[in-house]
Write a protein that binds this ligand. Structure first.
Ligand SMILES: Nc1ncnc2c1ncn2[C@@H]1O[C@H](COP(=O)(O)OP(=O)(O)OP(=O)(O)O)[C@@H](O)[C@H]1O
Length: 252
C-alpha cells in the first residue's frame, strides 16, 4: 500500500466502553476507547494483566457486547445487529486464533481447517481449495492432515488453528497470544505468516501479546492500561517495545 492510498478501516471503535457487573462491584474494563484497525495492517495489543486487552478483542470480534459506543466492522455497525446477524458476520468476516487452539478433538486436521466452510454450509470453491493447499504447505501440515488434535504437537495444533483462521480469508483476524505455546522457531514462522497475511492478502490482524519480540513483527503496537489506550508505536524493535512497556508500567 502506498502512502497516497487512503487506509480502509476493517474495524472502527468509537468511544467504546465495557462495564462488567453492577455497582458497587462493577469493573470498567474499557473506558471510551476510540481506535481503528486498518485493512492490511498488523496490530499488536499490549498492556498489563487485567488492562482490557481481551475485552477489546472480544468486543471488536463481536463475541461480547459493548456497554456503550459504536463498533463498525467494514461498514456494518455491529452494535446494532441481533445475535443471529452477528453470528453470520463473524463467521464470514472474522477469524480467530485462540490461545487454547479450540480445535474439535474428534475431527482430523483437514476437517478442522475446513470447519468454517462446514459451519457456513457452503462448499469450498476451487480457488479456496488452492489457497488452503498453499496454507497447508506453508505451515508444514501436509503430512499431518489425517491426524486428530491429540496426535499433534502443541505447535502443530496451533498451526492447524492458524490455517483454519486464514482459510476463508476473513477481513479481520484476532489472535490471543498466538505464540504463547510455541517454541521460538515455530513462533517466528507463525508471526511471519501473520505478517504475510496482512501485507500480501490485505487482511487486518490484531494480536494480543505480552512478548515484545512477537509485537516487533507488527506494523504498530497499541498499549492499553486500565481500559484506556495510553500509547502507540509504529513498527519498532523488540528493545524499543520493551522499553515503552516498562516506562508505561512504572508510570502507573
Ligand atoms: N466476564 C467478566 N466478568 C467480570 N469482570 C470481567 C470479565 N471479563 C473481564 N473482566 C474484568 O475486566 C478487566 C479487563 O479484563 P481483560 O481480560 O480484558 O484483561 P487483559 O488485559 O486481557 O488481561 P490478561 O493479560 O491477564 O489476559 C479485568 O479487571 C477483569 O477482571
Amino acid at each position: 500500500m502506498t502512502s497516497t492510498t487512503p487506509a480502509r478501516s476493517a474495524a472502527q471503535l468509537t468511544s467504546v466502553t465495557k462495564t462488567f457487573g453492577v455497582a458497587p462491584q462493577e469493573v470498567q474494563a474499557l473506558r471510551a476507547i476510540t481506535v481503528s484497525f486498518n485493512a492490511g495492517e498488523f496490530t499488536a495489543i499490549m498492556g498489563p494483566s487485567g488492562s482490557g486487552k481481551s475485552t477489546l478483542m472480544h468486543l471488536t470480534a463481536g463475541l461480547d457486547r459493548a456497554t456503550s459506543g459504536q463498533i463498525l466492522i467494514g461498514d456494518t455497525d455491529i452494535t446494532a445487529l441481533d445475535d443471529a446477524a452477528l453470528t453470520v458476520l463473524r463467521r464470514r468476516q472474522i477469524g480467530f486464533i485462540f490461545q487454547s487452539f479450540n480445535l474439535v478433538p474428534t475431527l482430523d486436521a483437514m476437517s478442522n481447517i475446513a470447519l468454517p466452510f462446514e459451519l457456513d454450509r457452503r462448499a469450498i470453491s476451487p480457488e479456496e481449495r488452492s489457497w488452503i493447499d498453499r496454507l497447508v504447505d506453508e505451515l508444514g501440515l501436509r503430512d499431518r492432515l489425517t491426524h486428530r488434535p491429540h496426535q499433534l504437537s502443541g505447535g502443530q495444533q496451533q498451526r492447524v488453528a492458524i490455517a483454519r483462521a486464514l482459510a476463508t480469508r476473513p477481513d479481520l483476524i484476532f489472535a490471543d497470544e498466538p505464540t504463547g505455546a510455541l517454541d521460538s522457531r515455530t513462533s517466528r514462522e507463525v508471526l511471519t505468516l501473520l505478517a504475510d497475511a496482512s501485507t500480501k492478502y490485505g487482511q487486518s490482524i490484531a494480536m494480543v501479546t505480552h512478548d515484545p519480540v512477537a509485537a516487533s513483527y507488527a506494523d504498530r503496537v497499541l498499549f492499553i492500561a486500565d481500559g484506556q489506550l495510553v500509547h502507540e508505536l509504529r513498527r519498532s524493535s523488540a528493545e524499543e517495545i520493551s522499553r515503552a512497556a516498562l516506562e508505561l508500567e512504572t508510570r502507573s
